[in-house]
Design a protein. Structure first.
Length: 612
C-alpha cells in the first residue's frame, strides 16, 4: 500500500507543484485587487466552486487512465485487499488536494493576518478546511462517476451541496462536510471492484443508494419544478409572468401598492366606518413595512451574509467587523495602521455587540437593538431595545409622523422623544396575527381617528404554508387594536406544486430539512405556538399514490431478481417514493434475466436405421 501511495504521489508531483504556484499567485492577485475575506458569500463561493471543479478534474484524469481494461487488471490483481488499494489512491489524491488547495489558502490567510492590518478571524482559517472538504467530496464523486459508467449517476454531485451549503458557524458546518465525505467515500468504494459493471451488493448497495437517493430527490424536485414553471410561461398562464395576476391571490397582493390593498379590504368590509376610511386612505400616503431580513448573521459564519465593512471618509478609517472580538476593527485607508475599535457605544467603546450586526445606511441592527451612527461624534445612539425572545427584522420605517418597526412577534409604532439623545418612545404595538415567516408586508395608513394596518400573509404559500390571508386591523387613538376584516388568499399555483417537496418523498424531505433544523443559521423564527404546515387530503393522496407506483415499478423491474432483493427494493420504494425508483434505475440499469439452463454434456441420441 505504501509503495502504491508514493507511486501515485510521484505521478502527480509536477502537476501539484504547478498547481500550488498558480493557486498562490491567484490568491495574491485577488488580495491585491480586493479583500476576499470581507466580500459577501456570493463572490466568496466562487473559490470553493473552483476548488471542487479542480478536484473533479483530478479524479477524471486519475481514474480515466486506471479504468482502462489492461491497467485496471494490473491495478486490482495484486497481493493487496481492494480496500488498501482504494485507500492508497484516495490518500494520494487527498495529499494533492491538501497541497494544491489547502496550503496556498493557509499561506494566504496567515500572511494576511500577520503581514497586514486587515481583519482575520478564526472562521477564515476554518474556511481552509471547508474548501479542502468540498474538494475531497468532488474528487470522490468524480471517482464514482468514472468507475460506475452511468451518466445518470451525476446526480450525486448535488449531495455535497445539499449538506454543506448553509450559512452556519465554521465549526458546525464542518460536521455536515465530514458526513458528506463519509457518504461519498462509501459510494466511491462501492464501485471499486474488479468487475465494475456488476451492481454493488449487501452493504455496498446501501452505501451507494443513500447518496444517489438524495441526489435523485434534488434533481427530480428542482428539475420538475423548473419544467412545470417554464411550461406555464410558454402557455402564458404563470402568475408571475402574466400582465394581470390572478384575482384574489398572493401575486395580486404583493404587486398592488399599499393604498390599493387597503381599499380592496375596505370595499369588502361591513364596518359602518369603511366608507369614511376609504376617503381618508386615498389622501393618507399609505406605505408598507417589509421584513428587511429573514435571518441574522451568526458568529464565526464562514461566509458574509451581509456587509461587514464600511469606511469613514473624513477620518480615513476602514472599519471591518471582527468576529473574534465582536467589534469593528479600524485601520488606516492608506497605511494599514490600526486605528482602534468600534463597539456598541461607538468609536473607542470596547463593549462587544450582542450579535453580528447588520448595516443599513447609518443604522446598525442586531437581534435585539437598533443603533444610529452619529457622524459628528462617532457615537452609536441606542434607538430601540427589544426584550429577550423577540427579534428585530430590520430598521424602522418612517410613515407620516411616526416610525414603525417589525419584529417576529409584533408591529411597534414609535415617535421621536423630546430629548434628542434618548431612545424612541413606543406609542403602541400590535401582535402579528400569523407567523412572521409567512408575512410579506404590513400596509400602514394613518387616519384622523387612528391607524389602519393590513397584515399581508402568504409568502410561504408556494412552499405549502396554510392559512395565508390578508387581515385588516384598526388601531384607535388610545392604541387599542380591533380586527375589521379577514380575507383568505386564493392559490395562484396548483396545490400539488406548492407541496411538491413533501409529496415527492416525505422521508427525503424530512432528512434534507435536518441541517436547517440542527444548525444555527440565524433564521428569525416565528413566535412560539405558530401552526405547522398542514397537508391537505389531496396532497396526502398524491404522496400515497406516488409511493404505490414506485413500489409497483420496483416489483416489476426486479421480477427476475432474487426474492430478497426484490422485496427490499419494493419496501424501500414504498417508503421513499419516486427517488428510490430512480435510484434503482441507476444501480440496476438492466433488468436481471433468468439464467439459461446449462447444456447437457451427454450427446442426444441419434436415430439409426435398423439393418435390413
Amino acid at each position: 500500500m505504501k509503495d502504491l501511495f508514493f507511486a501515485e504521489c510521484r505521478r502527480f508531483r509536477n502537476l501539484a507543484i504547478v498547481g500550488i504556484l498558480v493557486h498562490l499567485m491567484l490568491l495574491v492577485l485577488a488580495s491585491r485587487i480586493t479583500e476576499p475575506l470581507m466580500q459577501r458569500w456570493q463572490p466568496q463561493s466562487i473559490f470553493p466552486l473552483l476548488h471542487a471543479l479542480a478536484a473533479l478534474a483530478l479524479a477524471v484524469y486519475q481514474f480515466g487512465s486506471h479504468r482502462q481494461s489492461s491497467r485496471w487488471l494490473w491495478l486490482m490483481h495484486r497481493p493487496l485487499p481492494r480496500g488498501r488499494i482504494f485507500a492508497a489512491l484516495a490518500l494520494a489524491a487527498l495529499a494533492v488536494i491538501v497541497l494544491v488547495i489547502g496550503l496556498p489558502m493557509l499561506l494566504a490567510v496567515s500572511g494576511t493576518d500577520r503581514m497586514s492590518g486587515r481583519t482575520v478571524d478564526l472562521r477564515h482559517y476554518l474556511a481552509v478546511l471547508y474548501s479542502v472538504l468540498a474538494a475531497a467530496n468532488a474528487w470522490l464523486a468524480g471517482a464514482y462517476l468514472m468507475l460506475c459508467g452511468r451518466r445518470a449517476a451525476c446526480v450525486v454531485l448535488a449531495v455535497p451541496f445539499l449538506l454543506m451549503a448553509h450559512m452556519a458557524t465554521g465549526t458546525a458546518i464542518l460536521l455536515p462536510g465530514l458526513l458528506s465525505v463519509a457518504l461519498m467515500t462509501a459510494l466511491a468504494y462501492s464501485t471499486f471492484a474488479p468487475d465494475r459493471t456488476a451492481p454493488p451488493r449487501g452493504a455496498g448497495m446501501i452505501a451507494a443508494a443513500i447518496p444517489l437517493l438524495l441526489g435523485c430527490y434534488f434533481v427530480m424536485l428542482w428539475g420538475g419544478s423548473l419544467g412545470f414553471q417554464y411550461g406555464q410561461m410558454l402557455a402564458g398562464v404563470h402568475p408571475l409572468n402574466r400582465a394581470l395576476p390572478p384575482a384574489g391571490g398572493y401575486t395580486e397582493l404583493v404587486r398592488s401598492d399599499s393604498p390599493a390593498n387597503l381599499q380592496r379590504m375596505l370595499a369588502a368590509s361591513n364596518d359602518p366606518r369603511a366608507a369614511h376610511w376609504r376617503r381618508q386612505v386615498a389622501l393618507s400616503g399609505a406605505a408598507g413595512v417589509l421584513p428587511a431580513h429573514d435571518a441574522h448573521p451568526v458568529r464565526q459564519e464562514l461566509g458574509n451574509s451581509n456587509a461587514v465593512q464600511w469606511s469613514d471618509g473624513d477620518l480615513k478609517i476602514i472599519w471591518s467587523f471582527n468576529h473574534d472580538r465582536m467589534m469593528y476593527e479600524g485601520r488606516d485607508m492608506h497605511t494599514d495602521a490600526p486605528r482602534g475599535w468600534y463597539g456598541r457605544g461607538g468609536m473607542g467603546d470596547l463593549r462587544p455587540f450582542e450579535s453580528v450586526p447588520l448595516m443599513d445606511g447609518k443604522y446598525i441592527v442586531t437581534r435585539h437593538h437598533l443603533f444610529a451612527h452619529e457622524m459628528h461624534t462617532r457615537r452609536l445612539r441606542t434607538l430601540i431595545s427589544l426584550p429577550a425572545g423577540e427579534t428585530m427584522t430590520g430598521r424602522t420605517k418612517e410613515i407620516g409622523m411616526g416610525q414603525y418597526l417589525l419584529t417576529n412577534r409584533r408591529l411597534i409604532a414609535y415617535r421621536e422623544p423630546l430629548d434628542a439623545g434618548a431612545p424612541l418612545e413606543e406609542v403602541y404595538s400590535v401582535a402579528l396575527p400569523g407567523p412572521f415567516r409567512d408575512l410579506a408586508r404590513v400596509d400602514v395608513a394613518r387616519l384622523l381617528d387612528g391607524t389602519l394596518l393590513s397584515f399581508n400573509f402568504g409568502r410561504r404559500m408556494v412552499d405549502g404554508q396554510a392559512g395565508s390571508r390578508q387581515q385588516l386591523v384598526f388601531v384607535d387613538a388610545n392604541g387599542r387594536a380591533q380586527a375589521i376584516a379577514i380575507r383568505a388568499l386564493a392559490h395562484d399555483l396548483p396545490l400539488l406544486f406548492e407541496h411538491k417537496a413533501w409529496w415527492l418523498s416525505p422521508a427525503c424531505h424530512a432528512l434534507l430539512s435536518l441541517p436547517e433544523r440542527l444548525l444555527d443559521v440565524g433564521l428569525i423564527e416565528d413566535a412560539p405556538g405558530a401552526p405547522a404546515p398542514a397537508r391537505p387530503p389531496a396532497v396526502v393522496a398524491a404522496a400515497l399514490l406516488a409511493a404505490l407506483l414506485s413500489g409497483g415499478f420496483a416489483w416489476w423491474r426486479l421480477r427476475h431478481a432474487a426474492p430478497r432483493s426484490r422485496l427490499a427494493w419494493t419496501i424501500g420504494a414504498l417508503l421513499l417514493g419516486p427517488p428510490c425508483a430512480a435510484c434503482l434505475l441507476i444501480l440496476r440499469p438492466h433488468a436481471a434475466r433468468p439464467a439459461l439452463p446449462a447444456a447437457s454434456a451427454t450427446p442426444s441420441p441419434v436415430a439409426v436405421p435398423a439393418a435390413a
